[in-house]
Design a protein. Structure first.
Length: 528
């Protein structure tokens, strides 16, 4: 199981209201007890934090808010001593506008080679006042920002598929390629077991930067999933494989077509990629069944394990998402004020935890999901930081609501996040203490206890360690599958109880099981 740490919000050792690496190190026993095999850290590098660290100013330095390089080295070593590996986040599509390359490029004249590491272009129109293309940013708004000279005279435009503080790199430039390879080695040499690759399908661009057409043949879109992007990962795979203990490449690849997705998982490319098809699927029996089936079919042709992901630092927390009328996830559909039944969402999120932990492949858990944290939807406007919110003109709630600092203690300052009275960087809701680790750990009915027990069984049950999987017949609204010889997972998507299939014992249930009936919105693992 790979556990995702959002360092800013995990634990704050120096008491300044921002999580840090020493905070994570102090909580390694908690992570070991949960049964973590590896930690994936969202970017911890020096960054102005215009996009939660996905705007990197220096890949070889830790952001002072999080600690030092020595802290990172100690954390990697201490985690390894507990059998926990470390995965760092690599952000190759763009850098921070404060990265020395971009600072140099901005200071240079149009046509200067310093600008070639990015996408600088003259504007259209009589005086260059129109952006070179009408593309839309992943964070809404334009993908181009116009530069100005020291005297304020408007100049060229530069491309940013995300926020304007995140200029896109030109991957046709040999120095861009070389620098990232050096950064990979830098972290591998410091003991990182792998990298999570941000926006992995967006690096390659058509150098002509043409306007978008109605339809693009696969591999020819101007800035998404171009065929030549695979050359980058083939080179990276060679570097990963050159280590005595080969390092792992994990892709953030958002693509609707399975056929295009699995190309990133060919033998000489990445080891795995996040399963966003599953993560965005609605909590509905046939949709989930179909996503699982598609996942298996897609991975059949490649030597990469399927992955199971319920959320991450970009996604509405499952407890909230599954409590809504529309339980699917779509960035474009996020709005304020969507009614949510949190009790229902929690029942479903607990069932989803058992479902994903029972599937063969690699399981990812985002920090706080093991506590059943809901999305914090009522953050004060002034506290919101996410460019997705601000660039949408305030219509998109953004992603701050799943990034609120974790509650460790029932009471006390910051619910134990800092242990000091410092204001956390995002405010915690008044009832946050009821979700705290302290409040849940002694309670066998808590979500934390459910996760701990499910993850323990996932490690100890032979049936769950293998890859054997078969659907079992079940009534409408119920999913059932067999793992190995003797384990069955049953998920009831309906609201009424259903009969469990014959079994010798119930190993674990997401809700209390009375007799041989599985309650509605619940899952169970059976010894069969
Ligand atoms: C994907 C990351 O998960 C997200 O948080 C970030 O904003 C974008 N890539 C841009 O780096």
């Amino acid at each position: 199981m790979i556990y995702q740490v959002y360092p800013r919000s995990f634990a704050d050792a120096n008491g300044d209201g921002t999580g840090d690496l020493e905070g994570v190190r102090s909580r390694l026993p908690y992570l070991a007890e949960l049964g973590v095999d590896a930690l994936w850290f969202t970017p911890w590098y020096r960054s102005p934090q215009a996009d939660g660290g996905y705007d990197v100013a220096d890949y070889r330095a830790i952001d002072p808010a999080f600690g030092t390089l020595a802290d990172a080295e100690r954390l990697i070593a201490d985690a390894a001593a507990l059998g926990i590996r470390t995965i760092v986040d690599i952000v190759p599509n763009h850098v921070s506008a404060e990265h020395p390359w971009f600072v140099e490029a901005l200071a240079a004249e149009p046509g200067d080679p310093a600008r070639d590491r990015f996408w600088f272009r003259d504007g259209l129109g009589e005086s260059g006042e129109i952006a070179p293309t009408a593309w839309t940013s992943s964070f809404s708004g334009p993908t181009w920002t116009r530069t100005a000279g020291p005297d304020g005279t408007p100049g060229q435009w530069y491309l940013h598929l995300f926020a304007s503080e995140q200029p896109d790199l030109n991957w046709n430039h040999p120095e861009v390629m070389a620098e990232h390879e050096a950064v990979l080695r830098f972290w591998y040499d410091r003991g990182a077991a792998g990298v999570r690759i941000d926006s992995a399908s967006m690096l390659a661009k058509d150098p002509e930067l043409p306007e978008l057409a109605e339809h693009h043949e696969p591999g020819t879109h101007p800035h998404l999933d171009r065929d030549e992007v695979h050359d980058v990962y083939r080179r990276w795979r060679k570097i990963a494989d050159s280590y005595p203990e080969p390092r792992v490449l994990i892709g953030e690849v958002w693509l609707p077509e399975t056929e295009r997705f699995v190309r990133y998982l060919r033998d000489d490319e990445m080891h795995m990629a996040f399963n966003f098809d599953f993560m965005t699927a609605p909590w509905a029996c046939e949709a989930i069944r179909s996503s699982i089936t598609t996942t298996f079919e897609a991975h059949r042709g490649v030597d990469a394990p399927p992955t199971w992901v319920l959320s991450n630092h970009d996604i509405t927390r499952p407890v909230t998402r599954y409590g809504r009328e529309d339980t699917s996830f779509d960035f474009a559909a996020k709005r304020f004020g969507v009614p949510t039944d949190l009790a229902l969402g929690r029942r479903r999120a607990r069932a989803a935890a058992l479902l994903t932990a029972a599937l063969p492949g690699v399981l990812y858990i985002y920090q706080g999901d093991e506590l059943g944290l809901p999305e914090v939807e009522d953050l004060p406007e002034g506290a919101r930081q996410d460019p997705m919110h601000h660039r949408s003109g305030g219509t998109d709630p953004g992603r701050d609501g799943c990034r609120v600092p974790l509650p460790w203690t029932r009471t006390g300052p910051n619910h134990g996040f800092s242990g000091t009275a410092a204001e956390p960087w995002l405010p915690q809701p008044a009832d946050w203490g009821s979700h705290a680790v302290e409040a849940q750990q002694g309670d066998p009915a808590s979500t934390l206890s459910l996760y701990r027990e499910a993850l323990r069984l996932r490690r100890t049950e032979a049936a769950l360690r293998g890859t054997d999987f078969a659907w079992r017949e079940s009534e409408p609204g119920v999913l059932a599958f067999r793992r190995g010889e003797d384990l069955t997972c049953v998920v009831n998507f309906g609201d009424a109880p259903v009969d469990l299939p014959d079994h010798a014992a119930v190993l674990i249930g997401s809700a209390e099981i009375q007799g041989d009936r599985l309650p509605g919105e619940a899952a169970a693992w059976l010894r069969t």
